[in-house]
Design a protein around this ligand. Structure first.
Ligand SMILES: Cc1ncc(COP(=O)(O)O)c(C=O)c1O
Length: 509
């Protein structure tokens, strides 16, 4: 006992700002966990310990009470306080065989690289193939709208009004597929703007397209099922499908969109994920004939089509095209969209339109898996749409982005003449700047990043075989006056990497 008091006295710092009670508690816990105080040891009486340490008896009494409440000691009236036996149950611990049984001479590195290291196989693959960029803003970040143009004052006015009315119902969980008025507003909007056939009941609010795809896959497909993805396709969707345990079958695209080969058709997938209104990333539109063929194939083979309609509102030469869902007579299409590109990506509100017979299933599924909320944000958005601000904002942004797109195309032509093709520029927030076949688009994108310009290499979007080289170049979030200077930087990087004689090329342009 003397030893315990001596040890505690040596450790206790009476000058410290930390109260004696906290210090003493932590020291005794440490002594018990490390075995300095063995199980069964009787602790000195509170009076004796307080005397030895020169602290108030109440301090020691509080420490003993806390140790007892947390299971470190057992107090028995009349006979004193003893250290409890809290050692791990060695039988329980040793029953299971270790997941990794590294050989005696394995070093740390070898065991962490084993397939049963910290990561699961699918987790490791997800991280190895991750496409997400550390920077999400600036020239020429593809797929990002100009958030500086968002009507923040209107939003904050609507939000303030809703908080004032203090509707407690908006502060709870949000079961039932999301805020009803928002689902009504979205179904009206989608019917008119995207020719989607739906009622508010068929709409499920999610945190965006990633979550919508994840939910659809979990409810409609099993581990090991096949999913068709376009080749090339959005890396984020590919990651979601793959990490859910689906086998991906990349299907070629041509000028008319998805173009499955004989061998693809012989093996119907469970899921087909497509971007028919604006192929991502190349930008073509799926022809009506291909749409009808895909719908008929899905009907015959019970394939679920996920239609990712991520940015179709922004078409520059013509009116937005109708959705694939609007043509579907057999209820095989799950339509997914997002407010991220229309308003701002950080909003994290998206929606899915599911066939009527699946609506209740999806409502339960989304609540069960993600415990959704954000009703207040959803209510603000509903008012924003119902008061006409969404339509006005989209119209204004379409004009703005159209101008930026033209400025960027002009800059490309000034530098490169027609030697670098611009692909998929009729719609969306980016186009693909084609590069010569011998160019290494990954190396060019990396060098551009170092020079302060963000572009994405087309290579990152292919799953198997890259049949063209290019850079995804976004213009929506770049102020007009920054486009030409930023492109001059990018052009220099391209010239250095892709052309042997840059000066000659510049003259030709
Ligand atoms: C084709 C495509 N689908 C979906 C998304 C992501 O949508 P969300 O932010 O709603 O998850 C993106 C983002 O760039 C995209 O390009």
């Amino acid at each position: 006992m003397v030893i315990l008091s001596e040890w505690l006295a040596a450790q206790l710092d009476k000058e410290s700002a930390e109260p004696a009670y906290r210090q003493l508690l932590q020291l005794m816990q440490q002594a018990i966990l490390t075995g300095r105080l063995a199980p069964g040891t009787k602790l000195p009486s509170s009076r004796t310990l307080a005397g030895d340490l020169g602290v108030a008896r109440n301090t020691v009494l509080h420490v003993y009470d806390q140790l007892s409440a947390e299971g470190y000691v057992i107090s028995t009236t009349g006979s004193g306080t003893y250290v409890a036996d809290t050692r791990p149950d060695s039988a329980a611990v040793s029953t299971a065989t270790p997941a990794t049984a590294p050989a005696a001479d394995d070093d740390d590195d070898a065991s962490s690289a084993s397939p049963r290291g910290d990561m699961s196989m699918r987790g490791q693959r997800l991280i190895d193939e991750a496409g997400v960029s550390a920077r999400q803003w600036g020239a020429f970040m593809p797929g990002v709208p100009d958030v500086a143009e968002f009507p923040a004052r209107t939003w904050s006015r609507l939000q303030a009004r809703l908080w004032k009315s203090a509707n407690h119902g908006l502060l709870t969980y949000a079961p039932g597929g999301g805020y009803r008025p928002l689902r009504r507003a979205l179904s009206d909007y989608l019917r008119v703007a995207r020719s989607v056939r739906c009622t508010p009941d068929q709409i499920i609010i999610t945190t965006g397209i990633h979550q919508s795809i994840d939910l659809a896959v979990r409810l409609l497909a099993d581990h090991g099922d096949t999913a068709w993805v376009e080749e090339p396709c959005y890396w984020g969707a590919r990651s979601v499908l793959q990490s859910s345990g689906l086998k991906l079958a990349p299907i070629p695209v041509d000028d008319e969109g998805l173009n499955p080969r004989e061998q693809d058709l012989r093996d119907p997938p469970r899921i087909a994920l497509v971007t028919p209104s604006h192929q991502y990333p190349l930008g073509m539109v799926m022809s009506l004939a291909r749409r009808r063929t895909l719908l008929e194939y899905a009907r015959q083979h019970k394939v679920w089509i996920i239609e990712d309609d991520y940015d179709s509102e922004f078409r520059y030469g013509s009116r937005p095209l109708a959705s694939l869902q609007g043509l579907d007579e057999s209820d095989r299409v799950i339509y997914v969209g997002s407010l991220g590109k229309l308003l701002f990506p950080g909003l994290r509100i998206g929606y899915m339109v599911v066939p009527e017979r699946l609506a209740a299933t999806f409502r339960t599924g989304v609540a069960e898996l993600y415990r959704e909320g954000q009703l207040m944000q959803q209510a603000v958005l509903a008012e924003f749409i119902m008061d006409g601000y969404l339509t006005t904002h989209v119209r204004r942004m379409r004009t703005l982005y159209g101008e930026r797109r033209q400025l960027l195309i002009d800059a490309v032509t000034r530098h490169f003449g027609d030697s670098l093709p611009v692909m998929g520029d009729e719609a969306g927030l980016h186009f693909v700047l084609g590069l010569p076949d011998h160019a290494d688009d990954r190396a060019i994108a990396a060098a551009a990043y170092d020079a302060g310009v963000i572009v994405r290499p087309l290579a990152a979007y292919y799953s198997v075989r890259q049949d063209r080289k290019g850079l995804l170049t976004g213009y929506a979030c770049v102020p007009h006056e920054e486009i030409a200077p930023a492109f001059a930087t990018l052009a220099q990087v391209i010239e250095e990497h892709a052309f042997a004689n840059p000066k000659k090329l510049r003259r030709a342009g």
